[in-house]
Write a protein that binds this ligand. Structure first.
Ligand code: HXC
Length: 257
């Protein structure tokens, strides 16, 4: 499948989506977002893929929603044609998605990275919600996910005063998983994705679902949800295989069933 705004490829069991609007700092227009969701949905339904990566280029992961496309929007036009739904569609991808971030991850780009399950950052990465400079606020989860990640005090500075976080600050505050040299950020993300993609596929999906449920439910409901998923895994061949492999001191051969 060839796309206009993204590049895609598979590296073993890892599906990679790369934004390809370098002249516009990978600004996220409708074309980028719809193609990204189409590609991720295809990887999500492909048994040969166990984990996905979304990335940009060294200078920019994505500098936000496309301001030129958004400039003449009205509330009615946004209701009629809800661009922000693409971030929700990303949230509903069932296999893990890792953002490999170098350079600017701003506005909708930062929100997109935060919607992914993990972030591997290059030491050049910069995270920010500068919408305030345009007379608006974040609209795809920035006020919520940033606050959950870094806490209220810092989130206020980021959203109200346009402060950017360096990669090290982002790691310190729990926004990113690891910070690596710029030359290897994609390789490191692929390595992490390969490790995850080699694990028991059904358990991986349910583990992602259980962790993300924490954002939606009070603790007692989240614990009950986790327990149901835990019990459910005892109906899979992979549970029998994993425990048998441990007992017999051999490597498990996962079936994804
Ligand atoms: C459209 C963008 C863009 C964007 C950059 N460009 N960001 N186009 N939308 N978000 C374009 C510029 O217009 C320019 O095009 C080219 O990319 C290079 O950008 P420069 O500004 O010349 O580069 P530089 O000086 O290096 O500055 C980089 C930058 C800056 C700091 C990232 O471009 C910037 O501040 N961009 C906007 C960041 C932002 O406000 N993001 C939030 C958007 S609102 P030309 O044609 O002039 O060469 C948002 C809301 C989300 O995301 C709501 C939910 C979906």
């Amino acid at each position: 499948m060839s796309y206009e705004y993204i590049l895609t490829r598979a590296d073993g069991r890892v599906g990679i989506v790369q934004f390809n609007r370098p002249k516009a700092m990978n600004a996220l227009n409708r074309g980028v977002m719809s193609e990204m969701i189409e590609a991720l949905t295809a990887f999500d339904g492909d048994d040969g893929i166990g984990c996905m990566i979304v990335t940009g280029n060294e200078r920019a992961f994505a500098a936000g929603a496309d301001i030129k496309e958004m400039a003449n929007a009205t509330p009615a036009s946004m209701l009629d044609n809800p661009f922000i739904d693409y971030w929700d569609k990303l949230r509903r991808i069932s296999k893990p998605v890792i953002a490999a971030v170098s350079g600017f991850a701003l506005g909708g780009g930062c929100e997109l990275a935060m919607t992914c399950d993990m972030i591997v950052a290059s030491e050049t990465a910069r995270f920010g919600q500068p919408e305030i400079n345009l007379g608006i606020i974040p609209g795809a989860g920035g006020t919520q996910r940033m606050t959950l990640a870094v806490g209220k005090a810092l989130a206020m500075e980021i959203v109200l005063n346009g402060r950017f976080l360096t990669a090290d600050e982002a790691q310190h505050h729990g926004l990113v998983n690891r910070v690596v040299p710029a030359e290897v950020y994609l390789e490191e993300a692929i390595k992490l994705a390969q490790e995850i993609a080699a694990r028991a596929p059904v358990a991986i999906r349910l583990a992602k679902e259980a962790i993300n449920a924490m954002y939606e439910m009070p603790l007692s409901a989240g614990l009950a949800h986790e327990r149901r998923l835990f019990y459910m895994l005892f109906s899979t061949e992979d549970q029998s295989e994993g425990m048998d492999a441990f007992i017999n001191k051999r490597k498990a051969n996962w079936k994804g069933k």
